[in-house]
Design a protein around this ligand. Sequence first.
Ligand code: OGA
Ligand code: NI
Length: 356
Amino acid sequence: MDLPIGWLEPVVRVQTLSDTGSLVIPDRYIKPLVQRPSFNTQSHSQNIPIIDLYGLTNGSVTAQKAVMDQISIACREWGFFQVLNHGISDELVDGAREVWKEFFHQPMEVKQDYANTPNTYEGYGSRLGIQKGAILDWNDYFFLYYLPSKLKDHNKWPSQPPFLRDVIEEYSKEIVRLGKDLLRIFSINLGLQEDYLQGAFGGDDIGACLRVNFYPKCPQPDLTLGLSSHSDPGGMTFLLPDENVSGLQVRKGDEWVTVKPARHAIIVNIGDQIQVLTNGNYKSVEHRVIVNPDKERVSLAYFFNPKSDVLIKPATELVTSTKPALYEPMTYGEYRRFIRTEGLQGKSQLESLKSS
Ligand code: OGA
Ligand code: NI
């Protein structure tokens, strides 16, 4: 199906629904029983690994090795970890979150100027996927491109609040730096040439785009989700969570682990493309977001992706007689089209790439 230039049914802003103060949510947001969050069976004691990167640049060889090992284990066993001392200043981290909170608190008319369409998804949106009558998630978002440069258009970034473009430009530059550093670390950890993954992503011409999620207060959080269970389709994701409100849950076996964010940490997770490139050694793990009756939540998900037209396939070094190639080659551009029409659906996209 071609992506249409407009939505196939009227767009409803979740923030508007929330602001009515109604005690019930519309049927369209009510998830089937099996998908609803189970507030009593979730694990409270566990957390995703927290890794301090300080030793990587400032430590002895032994200290560096210890950090590298922690990253390796987290990529294999969790697909998720939080990093501290990532090189992005506390001020910039707080500032990036703050400008977006301000953006979402502007009057609806201001935000509507940026209303998006399913064609590129850039701008202010309230759903992913185009099926009429689909069950929706309890969030609004803003989506923008940073790389490749030809896709970056500051006019499509909010002009208000006044510093948003500058702050997000600076934050984006730092995220790309961190992304490149981690690709090198992953490559070394996997026993590949240190520039292998960067090359497989398309060299310098990679993709970086930001989805800012806004989860309004929800009167019936037990019936819905802020974001349905999914794995991230791209390369890897850098998530800046809300400092006050938890909500992100990561799958670990049969359990959902609620992430407890460390202050000023950035959450890193492996996306489907790295799972394919590493032939399944690194896991692109399912996650979802639960909502809250008393507090809204903001998060910045920065997607760091391969160039859209390079073929993504398992690295030859990671394909062996005991571990044959698990996935068929596909470009990220093709892969992304599935998601833009169908919406996010657990790990079904990655399953469909499996070699028979
Ligand atoms: C995402 C995502 C998690 C969050 O945008 O892909 O998983 O905490 N966000 O908002
Ligand atoms: Ni995600």
